[in-house]
Design a protein around this ligand. Structure first.
Ligand code: HPA
Length: 277
């Protein structure tokens, strides 16, 4: 099984680390991996079945080491549905993290805000999601060794871990918003009418990632927490426009807040925290 081979390779590359928390870093947020101590960096190309990202801002390596006192495996780079391939590399990477020993997955991304009061540079904890990709990473034959054919997504984003994110934000003086994340296929950003639709549907932020990883993780029993870095207001809300270069630079500017938040969140985290150990 490819995921099992990748998991074994992770443990061979980083002997003795035993990662417990997987982290996926979004566009412009790769610098969080620079804070990993005793870091071993493994190019995705050396891990069977891992994705080879083609998008600027996504490095394509797994950084294994310690962050906030936890053993972590940090994915610096991810695949997106808009890249057009199948979801196999994404499924494989998340399942490899599980088989390597992770019990928790921490997802991050750059996102557009649908709430004018939550502007660029703010962080938003993900409370729930709306999958508008028109597809699902579990479509196809089910691998029963990882999880059920019809997995539940009630509490997809672990409520206990979210409480912990807010506690970390209070301790570090970061104004952490909370909201529903809508997954948009892309690669085009939304039209103003689509932004109004997303608001009507109950979304607070929109982006092109995180949801497939959350679904695969929940299927195989990982608990999931998520934090979106707001890089812009949705088009039609406020004055600004949105483009990828602006997304990258705004995310990079907010990355130091994200680093502080995640390090505090990880400090002392145990499998008992959160609702789904
Ligand atoms: N829409 C979709 N994805 C995004 C956005 C946005 O406004 N900003 C950053 N990623």
């Amino acid at each position: 099984m490819t995921a099992a081979r990748a998991a074994a390779d992770i443990l061979v590359h980083a002997p003795g680390v035993h990662p417990r928390v997987g982290i996926v870093l979004g566009s412009g947020l790769g610098s969080v991996a620079d804070r990993v101590e005793d870091a071993v960096s493994i190019p995705y190309g050396e891990l069977p079945g891992f994705p080879v990202p083609a998008v600027e801002g996504h490095a394509g390596r797994l950084v294994v080491g310690r962050l906030g006192g936890q053993a972590v495996a940090c994915m610096q780079g991810r695949v997106h549905a808009y890249e057009g391939g199948d979801f196999a590399p994404l499924r494989n990477a998340i399942r490899a993290l599980k088989l390597a020993g992770c019990n928790t997955l921490l997802l991050t991304c750059a996102a557009g805000s649908l709430r004018p009061e939550v502007g660029p540079g703010r962080l938003m904890a993900v409370a729930d999601h709306i999958n508008l990709l028109g597809t699902n990473p579990l479509v196809g034959p089910n691998d029963d060794t990882f999880g059920p054919r019809f997995p539940s997504l009630s509490d997809a984003w672990d409520p206990g871990l979210r409480v912990r994110l807010h506690a970390a934000a209070a301790r570090t003086g970061i104004a952490l918003a909370e909201g529903v994340y809508a997954a948009w296929l892309g690669p085009c950003f939304e039209t103003p009418a689509e932004v109004r639709m997303l608001k009507t549907l109950g979304a607070d932020a929109v982006g092109m990632s995180m949801v497939p990883e959350c679904i695969v993780a929940r299927h195989c029993g990982l608990r999931v927490a998520g934090c979106a870095v707001i890089t812009n207001l949705g088009v039609g809300i406020g004055e600004g426009t949105v483009d990828h270069a602006h997304t990258l630079s705004t995310a990079a500017a907010a990355a130091s807040d994200l680093e502080r938040l995640l390090i505090d969140f990880l400090d002392g985290l145990t499998v008992e925290d959160g609702n789904q150990p």
